[in-house]
Each structure stands twice: as C-alpha cells, then as structure tokens.
Design a protein around this ligand. Structure first.
Ligand code: DGY
Length: 325
C-alpha cells in the first residue's frame, strides 16, 4: 500500500508524477488559514511531509503519530525542532549543495547593488528624475579590490569567497567556528576573530545558519565596530541580526548601507523603517530562487523523502541519530 504524504509546496509535473507513483499524495497549495486546517486534518495519517517555509513545531507534529520523514525544500533547518524529531525518530532531510552557487550569486548581487546604488539609481531613472549628468551625490563605491568579510565559512561562504577572490580581486577575510586551512589556501583567505573582521571588512557578509548560538549575533555593539564605509550583507537568516539595531545604524549612517535578503519577520512589513532608507537594498528572500535551482532542490527533497519512506537512509539526512539501520 502506498504511504500517505502531505506536500505543502507545489512541485513540477514530473516530480508530482514521481511522488504519485510511490505515495498517496495530499497537496496543500496555499498555507493560508484554509491550508493550515487542511494540513492539520491530514497529519494523523501522514507518513511523510515535504515542503518549506513552515514552522513545524511539536504542537503541530504531535498530530502526526505515524510520521516517518520530513523532506525540507531548503538548506536551512531552523523551522524544525531537531531534538524533538530525533526523539521521535522522524528523519529530517534538507537540500544542500544544489543551491550553493545560486545563493552566492544572490550575495554578490547584493554586494554590487549596495555598493553601486543600483536599485536607488535605477528608480531615479524610472521616476524620470535623471535630468542631468550625475555627479558625486550619486557616486557609489568600488567593489573590486575591497576587503570581503565572510561570517560563516560553509559551502555558501566558500562560493562567495571564490567570486570575490578570483572575480573581483578582493582580499578575503573570514570568521567561522574554526579556521579552515584549505579555504585559506584556495582563496588566500585570512581567519579573524568576529570583532576584528567587523572592524576590517568593507563588505561583511553573513552566510551562517540560524541556531541558538547565532541568533542576534550582530547587534548594536557589533554594528558599532563596522566602519562608516562598510556594508552589511545578509543572505542567511534575518534573526542573526538585531533588526532594530541595524535600522538605527543605517539611519545614523554609522555604516554605508545594507543588502538584505532575509528579515526578522518575512514577508517584511510594508511599513518597515528599512524600506524608507535609500541605503538599503531589500529583496524578498530570493537566495536560491531561480527556476533551475528550485527544481533541483525539489528533486533533491523528493529523493530524500522516497528514500526515507522506503526505509533507506536519505542522501541528505540532518539527524542521523534518528536513523534505524
Ligand atoms: C534555504 O534553503 O534555507 C533558503 O533560505 C530558503 O529558505
């Protein structure tokens, strides 16, 4: 008999067909109030879940006593209580690797857009305000040759370092829980303490996961260490930064600007003070959002789910202690 699974993210027709072939699918198209009610109704029978961008806490998962596996269509796993899942021997999988390059592209897009004021000046043209040749008032700052500071030297951090080092001739500085000699060799990168990096880097890029240790890592004290010419780029999770402190630092021009793809609360409220600041480039969590990469992530999640439901170890298992051999 096919196992019941709940999808809370629509997949492409070939992936849907694959899932239908092996499982009994309930699709929840939209996670509004109706969708959540549908999800609750389907949980008691569910053996597998596949989706993204939904906090699946114990209160919800207690409704799913048969659950064997969750395949998250994301690399980040901050929406899950891993200890709880492991206790219940529910296999959690994610989609690393396939999104690394695309997410690093997003990071670089934000670096370039922030430094060269691309959004602000493109809007000026769009609004018919380009009435004479631009002067120093509209100049940006160089990217090439500037110091690229990366906090969190995982896969995405490395892909960012590669772009900076080989593409833009940027000296690479990094901070992570431990030094990485291979990264230092490949990108001529220098390991620094967090505070030293904040003081030295021209572009401070956050690429680390959200965990209890990284929540609020960048607050008023850390922002105060950055130089007035430096720019903060966040492609990790909004809660790694204290958003109120960032707003103040930007309003006071304590730092040059920020390129932000992630926020404390998403979607970002239309009345967020961040949106009234011309030195902010804000994008709607587009890190991995290309057709190719989102399809690759979905494929990876389907592979993970089908493996788990067949009793095999999913290729991208997050909580190996939950796996019974
Ligand atoms: C990820 O994969 O974690 C992206 O940030 C999407 O949530």
């Amino acid at each position: 008999m096919k196992k019941p699974v709940v999808l809370y993210k629509k997949l492409s027709p070939p992936l849907m067909a694959r899932l239908h072939e092996h499982t009994q699918v309930t699709l929840i198209d939209d996670l509004g109030d109706n969708g959540l009610a549908q999800l609750r109704a389907a949980l008691p029978e569910a053996r597998g879940l596949l989706g993204a961008s939904l906090k699946l806490d114990a209160a919800l998962l207690d409704l799913a006593p048969q659950l064997e596996a969750i395949a998250s269509v994301s690399v980040g796993v901050d929406n899950y209580d891993i200890d709880y899942l492991t206790r219940r021997r529910i296999l959690l999988s994610n989609t690393p690797d396939v999104l690394t390059e695309t997410t690093a592209d997003t990071g670089f897009a934000l670096i370039l857009a922030s430094a060269r004021r691309v959004v602000e000046l493109a809007n000026m043209v769009r609004n018919g305000q380009w009435t004479r040749n631009i002067g120093p008032l509209h100049f940006g700052t160089d990217v090439h040759g500037k110091k690229l500071g990366i906090i969190g030297m995982g896969r995405i951090g490395e892909a960012l370092a590669q772009r900076g080092h080989f593409g833009f001739g940027m000296p690479v500085l990094y901070h992570s829980h431990s030094p990485k000699p291979d990264v230092e060799q490949r990108f001529n990168a220098r390991y620094l303490g967090l505070h030293e990096l904040l003081r030295e880097a021209d572009f401070v890029c956050l690429t680390l996961p959200l965990t209890p240790q990284t929540e609020g890592l960048i607050g008023a004290g850390e922002l105060a260490l950055m130089r007035p010419e430096s720019v903060l780029i966040n492609i990790s999770r909004g809660k790694v930064v204290n958003e109120q402190a960032l707003i103040q630092a930007l309003q006071n021009r304590q730092i040059r600007g920020a390129g932000l793809d992630v926020f404390e609360r998403e979607p970002l409220a239309p009345d967020s003070p961040l949106l009234s600041l011309s030195n902010v480039v804000a994008t709607p969590h587009i890190g991995s959002a290309t057709y190719e990469t989102r399809e690759a992530m979905a494929r990876c999640a389907v592979d993970n789910l089908l493996a788990a439901l067949a009793g095999e170890r999913p290729p991208n298992l997050v909580n190996p202690q939950a796996y019974r051999h």
